[in-house]
Design a protein. Structure first.
Length: 398
């Protein structure tokens, strides 16, 4: 029986030479140019009610390279240029399937700088990676080894706003296999005072990474605001300092979420969470900063793909399920439950911690769904996620 191995991206930091940095910067610019040209061509064709696919844009790329105006596209590797056309095709596929908005043009200042190479665009030998159009291998900091006996199928080179260079190698990881089954199940309630509250009673503190560096971020942003707008060197330096603070915050947050989600997936067979509309919630100007810092969406994404890797199940309960107002002991429903109420007493005599009670109710709803399957529909195309929708809450006894 064939083993379905999981493909994982192993990301490393590297330090390019001046020549390599210049070559990669040219490649980033050409990738952005080709993407925008192809998007404009497809948009114009759509207005004429004509169909343009990847093959048509690939033929356009060949013609563009022969023009005097776009002859500079021949100076970089053709592999990343073809890959960006494939990415555009994927974006249109998601748009027509109503999974995403219409593709947008890439900006030189705000869009991510990256280029993807397939096997024909790089050479990986003896732990040394050399990209097309380059004579020397990249100076990569191998913070962890690649899986034994595997070689990358694609390589993505990127540069973030802080000026750091990264290379991501996509490989099959034979070490990612389903974990031994267990009977453990846990309900997870996310919040701001505590990042997570589990049905077991455990509470995970909210580290508030953005608040810890808020003074440093404010100082960097004030210096940026005092520089003259334009392409000046001082403004570029100030913008990079702001980006470095943001990168520091994001790195800490991502590291904490990785450790937390890995522990939850390893310890539990079934994980029940609530389907929260984070995009709507951040419109609350009072809580937007704290909600963004908690990063509930990234937590859910990590939980779902790791559960798919290790043979676990993630059940997503509908956002309208009244987990906080429902007594987990007798099932009675409270009329109101303001956010300021952290502990409340039910008429049956049970005294509840608001978050622990919500986690217990989420667990009960999720287990009911996993048994009977009633009211389940996918909320999005993330792997491993199910949603318990339109949960009926018990009526009060007369």
């Amino acid at each position: 029986m064939a083993v379905n191995r999981v493909k994982r991206a192993f990301k490393y930091r590297f330090y390019p030479s001046d020549a390599q940095a210049a070559e990669l910067s040219r490649t980033f610019g050409c990738v952005r140019k080709v993407y925008n040209l192809a998007l404009a061509a497809r948009t114009q064709a759509w207005a004429r009610q004509e169909r343009v696919d990847y093959n048509a844009t690939s033929a356009m790329l060949t013609a563009w390279k022969k023009t005097e105006e776009l002859a500079f596209l021949n100076d970089v590797s053709s592999v990343p240029l073809q890959q960006t056309l494939r990415h555009l095709q994927t974006a249109f596929t998601h748009f027509f399937a109503r999974r995403a908005k219409y593709p947008r043009f890439k900006s030189r200042k705000t869009s991510r700088k990256s280029a993807e190479y397939t096997t024909s665009g790089f050479r990986f030998r003896d732990g040394r990676l050399t990209l097309a159009k380059m004579a020397d291998p990249l100076d990569i900091v191998w913070s962890r080894p690649l899986p034994d006996g595997t070689e990358p199928s694609t390589v993505t080179v990127s540069q973030d706003a802080a000026g750091r260079w990264f290379v991501s190698l996509l490989c099959e990881d034979p070490h990612v296999t389903p974990l031994p089954a267990t009977d453990n199940a846990v309900g997870i309630d996310v919040g701001l005072h505590h990042l997570l509250t589990l049905s077991t009673g455990e509470k995970v503190a909210n580290p508030r990474h953005e608040r810890r560096d808020r003074a440093r971020l404010a100082m960097a942003q004030r210096k940026l605001s005092r520089t003259a707008k334009g392409e000046g060197t001082n403004r570029a330096k100030a913008r990079r300092k702001v980006a470095k603070v943001h990168a520091r915050i994001a790195d800490r947050r991502r590291d904490m979420l990785h450790k937390l989600t890995t522990r939850l997936v390893r310890d539990n067979q079934t994980l029940v969470i609530e389907d929260l509309t984070v995009r709507t919630m951040v419109k609350n100007r009072t809580l937007a900063r704290a909600i963004s810092d908690a990063s509930w969406g990234e937590f859910r994404s990590m939980l779902e793909y790791k559960a798919a890797w290790y043979g676990r199940q993630v059940i997503v309960v509908d956002r309208f399920f009244p987990s906080s107002r429902l007594c987990s002991v007798c099932g009675s429903l409270q009329d109101k439950m303001p956010l300021s109420v952290r502990t409340w007493a039910c008429g049956c005599g049970a005294v509840h911690d608001r978050d622990v009670n919500a986690a217990n109710n989420l667990l009960a709803a999720g287990l009911a769904v996993s048994v009977c399957g009633a009211g389940v529909r996918p909320q999005r195309s993330s792997p491993g996620g199910q949603s318990a929708t339109k949960q009926k809450t018990p009526r009060r006894e007369p």
